[in-house]
Design a protein around this ligand. Structure first.
Ligand SMILES: Cc1ncc(COP(=O)(O)O)c(C=O)c1O
Length: 364
């Protein structure tokens, strides 16, 4: 039996009646950009996240870009972030003209190490940008306390953590700005590109609404150079249907992860660490092993997908070499050589999980 990293078809078929109806409604309305679906979705997800404002944009990358721009960050500013993440996190920092300052991660959670963040603060630091990697919240309470005491902005990259909580609040509601991606394979995924910014700050929200719509408050009056970055009506209508099921899907991911961990622990394999201050939503199920190549080869031979997120930390990427010549981040570097992500999605069956684990057991 072939097992992909993610199977989006099962979820679509499960929700097909509601999704097709939602799509048909938008097609009949012929209102495709900045209409009632987007507005309703923004209200619903703002309530779900527990924030005052949610602003739909065209992608998670744009969410980061527009959040940074709305916060006035740019040339001369340093933004501290993790080296162990997808390129978009740092790409957005560079794209607004600011400098990403990469720090190391915690070896267990793979998330930014708060002590390393503190050490990296300089007079140019303006913000801290943690990523809730693989769906596990970064250590938000000390990060927030650090930002408050040093007068820094906290901007969360929640692309992989939609629905995850830290303490009694959702990721994305702790920071000054929370940035989400609705890329199809994300925990809350649309049928194309999509993203969103969550904030309690009225001024930031207003600025993002202007920036996403060509820098325009009033039609054909332009105050700033903006962009075209709106979450379209079709995507918003689909997301409204899926949002109603997000907690259930995240619980299924969590239950699947628990089964993986039980079976793999019995084999003596190091399983993902769960920080009890947060609730992990398992966007990825990522193991550490020194036998990655052997494991990956035998999974592939059995028709089972696996992936390496991420093989090269950002301070070692060609694009950042000029600003990272003297940067050494041993935990990120070692982790990048040992991680392997296994298939995980809500509808993955117990039999499939057992098949993955049995294949791994046979390879060791
Ligand atoms: C951590 C992280 N940040 C940002 C993004 C960018 O999101 P998008 O692909 O919607 O632009 C992603 C998406 O893959 C991501 O994983």
């Amino acid at each position: 039996m072939q097992i992909p990293m993610v199977d989006l078809g099962i979820q679509y078929r499960q929700l097909q009646v509601d999704i097709d109806l939602a799509i048909a409604g938008v097609l009949a309305s012929t209102q495709f950009i900045l209409g009632p679906q987007g507005k309703a979705f923004e209200e619903e997800i703002a309530e779900y996240l527990g924030v005052r404002h949610a602003i739909g944009v065209a992608s998670g990358t744009d969410a980061l870009l527009l959040a940074l721009r709305a916060a006035g960050l740019g040339k001369g500013d340093e933004i501290i972030t993790t080296a162990f993440t997808f390129i978009a996190t740092a790409e957005a920092i560079s794209a607004v003209g600011a400098t990403p300052v990469f720090v190391d991660i915690d070896a267990q959670t793979f998330n930014i190490d708060v002590q390393e963040v503190e050490r990296a603060i300089t007079s140019k630091t303006k913000a801290i940008l943690p990523v809730h990697l693989f769906g596990q919240p970064a250590d938000l309470a000390p990060l927030k306390a650090l930002c408050d005491s040093r007068g820094l902005l906290l901007i969360e990259d929640c692309a992989q953590s939609c629905g995850a909580r830290y303490g009694d609040r959702m990721t994305g509601s702790w920071g000054d700005l929370g940035c989400f991606s609705f890329f199809p394979s994300k925990n809350l995924g649309c049928f194309g590109d999509g993203g969103l910014i969550a904030t309690d700050n009225d001024a930031f929200a207003e600025e993002i609404r202007v920036l996403r719509n060509h820098g325009s408050r009033e039609r054909y009056h332009h105050h700033v150079i903006g962009v075209n970055s709106r979450l379209d009506e079709l995507q918003a209508a689909i997301l409204r249907v899926k949002l109603q099921h997000l907690d259930r899907f995240n619980q299924q991911r969590y239950d699947n992860a628990q089964l993986y961990s039980r079976l793999l622990t019995a084999l003596g394999i190091e399983v993902p660490f769960e920080d009890r201050r947060g609730i992990h939503v398992y966007h990825q199920y990522t193991l550490l092993t020194d036998q990655r190549e052997v494991v990956q080869k035998s999974l592939m031979a059995a028709g089972i997908a696996s992936a390496i997120y991420y093989p090269i930390p950002l301070h070692r990427q060609e694009v950042f070499l000029d600003i990272c010549q003297d940067v050494s981040l041993p935990i990120s570097e070692l982790t990048a050589t040992r991680v392997i992500s296994l298939p995980i999605y809500p509808e993955l069956t117990h039999t499939q999980i057992e098949q993955v684990v049995t294949t791994i057991a046979g390879s060791l």
